[in-house]
Design a protein around this ligand. Structure first.
Ligand code: AMP
Ligand code: GLY
Length: 424
C-alpha cells in the first residue's frame, strides 16, 4: 500500500524508518518531512495542516493510509476532513489518528479531566477556574499544598502549565491567565492538586475498541543536566523504564489503559491511533497527568526501535478497526536516545548550520529532527536537530553507544545533555 505520513520531526523519521521496513509498503511519502525522512521515503513539500494539499497528494499518489504524527492536524480535524470528502472516501483512504472530537483529549485539559472522572481513571484532584468563579477558584487553591499547579485549558505550545511555590503568586498568575496570558487557551484554567513521584509515559495503539500496548518510556524535558533550566520538547529518552516492573505495568493496564479505551468505546469517542498517557507514579501508584493524542517526541525514537512487529500492519489494523487478536512483539533490550540541539534552544537559536558526520555512527540510529538538505549539504533547520538512538543489553551500554556516535557528529553551537538516563 502507499502511505503518507504527516509531520517533520524526529518522531516522524523514526516512524518512517520503521514503516519502510514493512513488506506491506509499496511507496512511503512524508509531508513535509526532513532530510532524514528523505532517506527512507519521498518528502512532499506541504505543511501537515494544509488539508487541500493533502487531498491533492492522496489522489495523485494513490494513498490508502494517512498516518498523522503531530497533534496539530488532529486537533484541526484532519481525520474529519478526509471522512467528509466523497472523492477521498471513494478511494478508500483511511486515517490513523483520532477525529477532532476525540483529539479534544489533548486540546482541552478540562475535557480530559471530565473523561477521567466519568471513567474512574486515577488523576489529580482539580477545579476549573473561569473569570466567573474566581472566589471559588481561590478557595480551591487555598486548600492545596504548595506548589500550585495551573494549566491553561487549551493548547499553548507546551508552555501552558505553571508550577508555582507561593500562594499569592499563584493567585496573581491565575488571574493573568484568565485575562489571556496564553490567549484563548487560558480563558479556562485547570487548577490541579500537585502530584509527587516519578514521571513515565505509556503508549497505546487503538482502533477505539481493542488495543496493543507499546513499550513505555521516560523522557528528559529540562534543557540542563540534573533536570535544571527551561522545559523543552525533550532532550532524550529511555525505554524500558527500569522501575516499571511487571506489577506496575499490569496495574497501569488495569486501572488506566483499559478504562481509557473502554471509555472511548462506551462514549462513542471516535478514536483510532496512538494514545500517549503521561503518568506520575508514587510508591507504585500511577495517576494520569495528561493524555496526548499522538506519540511523544523523543519517546518515539526509543519506543519504535524496540518494536519487532510490523508497524505498518499494526497501523493498518488500527485504522481499519481490526486490532482484535493482534499482538505486539517487543525487543527486551534497552533503547536510549540523546537529542542534539542548537545552542540557545528552547529560546532563540540560529538555523542553517552545516552538519558534518566525520566517522561511523553505526550501530546507533541517527534520527533527524530539524534538518534539511540543499545541494547535497546537510544543515540544521530547528531547535532539536538530531536524536541519536542506540539499543543494547543494558542502559549504560546503550548510552555509551549513543555518546560514541555523537562524538562523530558536529555543527556550530551543538549542545546535548550528558546525563540522560543517569537517574534511573
Ligand atoms: P502537561 O503539559 O500536563 O504534561 O504538564 C507539563 C509538566 O508539568 C508535566 O510533565 C509534569 O512534570 C508537570 N505537571 C503537570 N501536572 C502536574 C501535577 N498535577 N502535579 C505535578 N506536576 C505536574
Ligand atoms: N516529549 C513530550 C511530548 O512529546 O509531548
Amino acid at each position: 500500500m502507499n502511505v503518507l505520513l504527516l509531520g517533520s520531526g524526529g518522531r516522524e523519521h523514526a516512524i518512517a524508518w520503521k514503516l519502510a521496513q514493512s513488506p506491506l509498503l509499496t511507496e512511503l511519502f512524508i509531508a513535509p518531512g526532513n532530510a532524514g525522512t528523505a532517506q527512507v521515503g519521498t518528502n512532499l513539500p506541504f505543511a501537515a495542516t494544509d488539508f487541500e494539499a493533502l487531498k491533492f497528494a492522496i489522489i495523485e499518489k494513490n494513498i490508502t493510509l494517512v498516518i498523522v504524527g503531530p497533534e496539530d492536524p488532529l486537533v484541526k480535524g484532519v481525520h474529519d476532513f478526509v471522512l467528509a470528502d466523497a472523492q477521498l472516501q471513494a478511494q478508500g483512504v483511511k486515517v490513523l489518528g483520532p477525529q477532532q472530537y476525540a483529539a479534544t483529549l489533548e486540546g482541552s485539559k478540562e475535557f480530559a479531566k471530565q473523561f477521567m472522572i466519568r471513567n474512574a481513571i486515577p488523576t489529580a484532584a482539580h477545579f476549573t477556574a473561569t473569570a466567573e468563579n474566581l472566589q471559588e477558584s481561590f478557595a480551591f487553591l487555598e486548600q492545596q499544598q504548595s506548589p500550585y499547579v495551573l494549566k491553561a485549558d487549551g493548547l499553548a505550545a507546551g508552555k501552558g502549565v505553571l508550577i508555582i511555590p507561593d500562594l499569592e503568586t499563584a493567585k496573581q498568575e491565575l488571574q493573568a491567565m484568565l485575562q489571556g496570558k496564553f490567549g484563548a487557551a487560558s480563558r479556562k484554567v485547570v487548577i490541579e492538586e500537585c502530584l509527587h513521584g516519578i514521571e513515565m509515559s505509556v503508549f497505546v495503539l487503538t482502533d477505539g475498541k481493542d488495543y496493543v500496548i507499546l513499550p513505555e518510556a521516560k523522557d528528559y524535558k529540562r534543557v540542563g543536566e540534573g533536570d535544571t533550566g527551561l522545559n523543552t520538547g525533550g532532550m532524550g529518552a529511555v525505554s524500558p523504564v527500569p522501575f516499571a516492573g511487571e506489577a506496575l505495568m499490569q496495574r497501569i493496564e488495569r486501572e488506566i489503559v483499559k478504562p481509557t479505551i473502554d471509555g472511548f468505546h462506551k462514549e462513542n469517542i471516535p478514536y483510532c491511533g496512538f494514545v500517549f498517557i503521561g503518568l506520575m507514579v508514587n510508591n507504585g501508584v500511577p495517576k494520569v497527568i495528561e493524555y496526548n493524542v499522538r506519540m511523544g517526541d523523543p519517546e518515539t525514537e526509543v519506543v519504535i526501535p524496540r518494536i519487532n512487529s510490523d508497524l505498518l500492519q499494526l497501523c493498518h489494523a488500527a485504522a481499519t478497526q481490526n486490532l482484535a487478536g493482534q499482538t505486539i512483539d517487543i525487543n527486551p533490550q534497552t533503547a536510549t536516545t540523546v537529542m542534539l540541539v542548537s545552542g540557545g534552544y528552547p529560546q532563540d537559536y540560529e538555523s542553517g548550520k552545516h552538519i558534518t558526520i566525520t566517522g561511523a555512527t553505526a550501530p546507533s540510529l541517527v534520527f533527524h529532527a530539524g534538518t534539511k538538505r540543499e545541494n547535497e549539504e546537510l544543515s540544521t533547520a530547528g531547535g532539536r536537530v538530531i536524536a541519536v538512538t542506540s539499543l543494547a543489553d543494558s542502559k549504560n551500554n546503550a548510552l555509551a553507544l549513543s555518546y560514541q556516535a555523537i562524538s562523530n557528529i558536529h555543527f556550530d553551537a551543538m549542545y546535548f545533555r550528558r546525563d540522560i538516563g543517569f537517574d534511573l
